[in-house]
Design a binder for this molecule. Structure first.
Ligand code: PLP
Length: 415
């Protein structure tokens, strides 16, 4: 008998996005003429930067010529890309990260989901609430979380509430945990952790021998100069933090797929004999066994953003979405809603009016304005009464969505 991994059945299921799809399709079939605008899902809409297209085309030509053809690539990623990342994202900013500490992947979702595998099953984890669902679900699948309780939390997880009262910046726990997931700029709240906040996390991690998983998938969206783009901007982070980055939102690679992880060479965990083992070696072992590497063509495309022209093109791309973010924030404020985020992040997190539940607000927005967003409750219990809009739509749709909100919602709501 093939017994399944029962942990999978502890997952609440694909509830959030399948429920959204179900409600949208019901509404569309009952209102065939409605032109629905989707500001819900976190996918991008604008094409790849030209530098990436040109680089990938020429990589295709290399693959078509026996003299320059490439087969299996290095599992850690090509040195040409790792060197450029180290230079542009770290060394240029005075940060000490070497190419040999960088692992190229096909995107951050896999990295954030798989990293827990190199840690023991009895590791205690802490995650923010609300949060990007991959951190929690991958630990549920692994069997590290215990069962789901009636309050929507898993019994063995330490949750870090992110609410308006703490400016969506989670407080360090009072108890010991082994692994902590932090996401900044944050999906879904659009909040960025300050240097002072990160300082507190690193102090906690060093005191408790904790490893921080720092998801900086949206680092390119930080506009305020005093906000840290990398956790390594804070002294001591190399002793306790792994950083995740992605080309998805930086360069429109959601369909092309590329990301990377930084694991400092001095960062260690403890084995059963109490000896310190470099985490980097375990991750390399894991990747060489289970990961096929990122396509050469894609890595050439990613490399292309690391040039003057490439940097200018991604700045334009990010600027386009951030202008949408501004339009959304201003649109929400105009109708009297309280909105957070959208300044150093492509997400806008709004408080539902009159204490409507996240799903009630979803239905209201769909029915009255034909606009789709994401109910905050889908990201964790503390997301209840909140709602996420993204700035990844195209400009005309974003403007139109705010116009409809103004005309049809006319809330003048209390936050
Ligand atoms: N981390 C966060 C916080 C995200 O929101 C996403 C994507 O939405 C990812 C990671 C995954 O990005 P990728 O497309 O690189 O897998």
């Amino acid at each position: 008998m093939a017994h399944i991994n029962d942990n999978y059945q502890k997952l609440p299921g694909n509830y959030l996005f399948s429920e959204i799809a179900k409600r949208v399709s019901k509404f569309q079939s009952e209102n065939p003429n409605a032109k629905i605008i989707r500001l819900g899902i976190g996918d991008v809409t604008q094409p790849l930067p030209k530098v990436c297209i040109d680089a990938m085309k020429s990589a295709v030509d290399e693959m078509g010529d026996q003299k320059t053809f490439r087969g299996y690539g290095p599992e850690q990623g090509y040195e040409f890309l790792r060197e450029k990342i180290a230079e542009y994202n770290y060394k240029c900013r005075g940060l000490n990260v070497d190419a040999e500490e960088i692992f190229i992947s096909d995107g951050s979702k896999c990295d954030c989901g798989n990293i827990q595998e190199i840690f023991s099953l009895d590791s205690k984890i802490a995650i923010a609430d609300p949060v990007y669902p991959v951190y929690l679900d991958s630990n549920v699948m692994a069997g590290r979380t215990g069962d789901l309780k009636s309050d929507g939390h898993f019994e063995d997880v330490v949750y870090l509430p992110c609410t308006a009262e703490n400016n969506f910046s989670p407080k360090v726990p009072d108890e010991h945990v082994d692994l902590i997931y932090l996401c900044s700029p944050n999906n879904p709240t659009g909040t960025t952790l300050s240097k002072e906040a990160l300082r507190r996390w690193i102090d906690y991690a060093k005191k408790n021998d904790t490893v921080i998983f720092y998801d900086a998938a949206y680092a390119a969206y930080i506009t305020e100069n005093n906000m840290p783009r990398s956790i390594y901007e804070i002294d001591g982070a190399r002793d306790c933090a792994i950083e995740f980055r992605s080309f998805s939102k930086t360069a429109g690679f959601t369909g092309t797929r590329c990301g990377y992880v930084v694991i400092p060479k001095n960062l260690t965990g403890v084995n059963k004999n109490g000896e310190r083992v470099p985490l980097k070696n375990l991750w390399l072992r894991r990747q060489t066994t289970k990961f096929n590497g990122t396509a050469y063509i894609v890595q050439r495309g990613a490399e292309a953003i690391y040039s003057d022209e490439g940097q200018a093109q991604i700045k334009n791309l990010v600027g386009y979405y951030m202008e949408n973010a501004k339009i959304i924030r201003e649109g929400l404020e105009k109708v009297g809603l309280t909105a957070y985020g959208g300044i150093n992040a492509p997400y806008i997190w709004l408080k539902t009016p009159n204490d409507l539940s996240s799903w009630e607000f979803f239905d209201l927005l769909l029915n009255k304005a034909n606009v789709v967003g994401t109910p905050g409750a889908g990201f964790g219990p503390c997301g209840e009464n909140y709602f996420r809009l993204t700035s990844f739509g195209d400009r005309d749709n974003t403007i139109e969505a705010m116009k409809r909100l103004d005309q049809s919602l006319g809330l003048k709501a209390e936050g």
